[in-house]
Write a protein that binds this ligand. Structure first.
Ligand code: NAP
Length: 246
């Protein structure tokens, strides 16, 4: 069990990639904080699933774009489990709209959740991690921040490029005791991607070596690797998990 005795907080763990990450850590012995913003019953199902494997978990409601809520969430997590070893900044949102019609409110909301949220969680988690002289932060970016651009998600792509840059700078700021890395997924079969038209899906898959969307668990494997002792000499890195998109 790679994460015996470790305490992990996964944001946006009620569904999709975050759920796979949280249950992955739970199966490998970690105590897990399952964060959600709206999907309470789904988050509680994730807690139950981890308990089924003999693990320990709690769910905490928190909108990661709200500083007071983030501060409270980290406090509750540390109160409950006495430490915080690993933070996975996974929660994210995306809207589709043409650039000319894109509203300022949408632009701000995308940045508030995808970028500010990761900053706030990292800031309050790092306080505890620095006291412990141990911590691992794994951010979830996207290949949209590197090389796969959709003209209808300019705001989303900009946040994900920012997450990659944030990862590299934060690794400098918090090292060497706290290691900071990110995973950049390509297409993943979750709620976020399920509205895609068949035509778009065909086009996207034609550019991949592996001709299917990834399963959330395949992204979780990369997150768990970066948080594990196997990655003890890796910081400020971006691990692309995209089925070979070109
Ligand atoms: P998803 O299935 O839509 O799930 C999103 C998760 O984020 C949910 O658990 C949701 O919780 C949570 N969330 C949303 N807003 C939140 C907020 N303000 N505060 C706290 N939690 C919040 O998404 P996903 O596909 O698993 O994506 C997870 C991450 O991977 C995101 O950062 C996304 O950008 C990235 N990603 C996804 C893909 C893909 O193809 N799916 C590709 C590349 C990168 P509630 O339900 O409780 O609101």
């Amino acid at each position: 069990m790679r994460f015996e005795g470790k305490v992990v907080l996964v944001t946006g763990a009620s569904r999709g990639i975050g759920k796979a990450v949280a249950t992955g850590f739970g199966k490998e012995g970690a105590k897990v904080v399952v964060n959600y913003s709206k999907s309470k019953s789904k988050a509680n199902e994730v807690v139950k699933e981890i308990e089924k494997y003999g693990g320990e978990a709690i769910s905490i409601k928190c909108d990661i774009s709200d500083e007071n809520q983030v501060r409270d969430m980290i406090e509750k997590a540390v109160q409950r489990f006495s430490r915080l070893d690993i933070l996975v900044n996974n929660a994210g949102i995306g809207f589709l709209s043409n650039f000319e019609e894109m509203k300022t409110e949408q632009w701000k909301r995308t940045f508030d959740v995808n970028m500010l949220g990761g900053f706030l969680c990292s800031k309050y988690a790092a306080k505890q991690m620095l006291k412990q002289k141990y911590g691992r932060i794994v951010n979830i970016a996207s290949t949209d921040g590197i090389n796969t651009y959709d003209p209808r998600s300019i705001d989303y792509a900009a946040t994900k490029a920012a997450v990659i840059n944030f990862t590299k700078s934060l690794a400098q700021a918090l090292g060497p005791d706290i290691l900071v890395n990110c995973v950049a997924p390509g297409w993943v079969a979750t709620d976020m991607s399920k509205g895609m038209s068949k035509e778009t899906m065909r086009r996207e898959l034609s550019r991949q070596i592996i001709k299917r969307f990834s399963r959330p668990e395949e992204q979780a494997n990369a997150v768990l690797f970066l948080a594990s002792d196997d990655a003890s000499y890796i910081t400020g890195s971006v691990l692309v998990v995209d089925g070979g998109f070109r």
